[in-house]
Design a protein around this ligand. Sequence first.
Ligand SMILES: [Zn+2]
Ligand SMILES: [Zn+2]
Length: 377
Amino acid sequence: MATAPAETPFRSNQYPIPDKMKAWVLGGPEELSLVEKPVPEPGSAEVLVRVDAIAVCATDIEIIRHGVPAMIDGGLPFNRGFTPGHEYMGTIVKLGPTVDEFQVGDRVTVEVHAGCGRCQRCREGMYTSCLNYGYRAKGHRANGFSTDGGFAEYAVNSINTLAHIPDEMTDAEATLIVTAGTAMYGLNVMGGVIASEGVVVIGPGPIGLMGVGVAKALGAQPVILTGTRDKRLEMGNRLGADAMINVSREDPVEAVQRLTGGKGVQYVLECSGAPNALNEAARMVNRGGRICLAAFPAEPVPVDLAYLVRNNIYVFGIRGEGKSATHRAAALMAQKRFDAKLIHTHTFPFAEVPTAIRYARERIEDAIKVVVQIRGN
Ligand SMILES: [Zn+2]
Ligand SMILES: [Zn+2]
């Protein structure tokens, strides 16, 4: 198979594109196989991205096992030649008709959702909540969810999903931008006025840890991180958290009240999905405070609604990145305002995608972000 030679000069037009590419596809549940597929053709307002690296997300693990939340034309994604993976970055190797916003050779990272651009939500800029979600003929794309993703040598992306990355940023770090963008969007939907405000982040998973970095970069004070694993709380400290609370040793509500002199905080970013997290978050914010749910429990849970109403507490929910928050996160990372690389723990080669996914699943305790390097940089 023809591929670009290693010495291909950066930003040249010399990217020979083969007809076929290698791609991992989902058979039945837990069945990934490496197949040959035609290299896709970018349409209007699209580019062909040579995928250079991709991070494994907990949602990928979910999709490979259960299918959902990926849906292809309204059905489960099994045995449909579907390529999962949504946290990738790469190099633009071909422009679709009319594209002049990017050039061949540009290094980019991608966000997941390209809305249809024609529904009410998309017109409001809420393309993550597109009313034509999954309706490919109407132009909606969510690579790795409803259209082919990045566990492949090439992917087609709408230009709306691309963010430039600086030459000095590594491939692995660039795969983390969409995760930071999700945390950024959570802070944005709560109002976005962050400097000097207290922020609690519940749950030091990848989004929570990036939430700490983004909140601190935006000037929040204090930033408090709660969780159960000391190793991850320590990582939060290195990303800028002013205080860490291990909830297996200390009541998190009492600790937040103590740390804030009984005032509570203005914002909580809930990234744990713990059944009682919303009730606890409500008691961490002050009256009129705001909570954004970026994770959810597996089962329905009881919520103290009266407490939320009496205290005029606002609750938001997000389903991923949105409103170009990925671009803002990319800007913060390009300015080295926090070190996202801290959460990247292991790298695997392209041939070992199933191993990488198994590793991410089995070593979830310490393997925070596993990256697959598809092409050398
Ligand atoms: Zn993800
Ligand atoms: Zn739409």
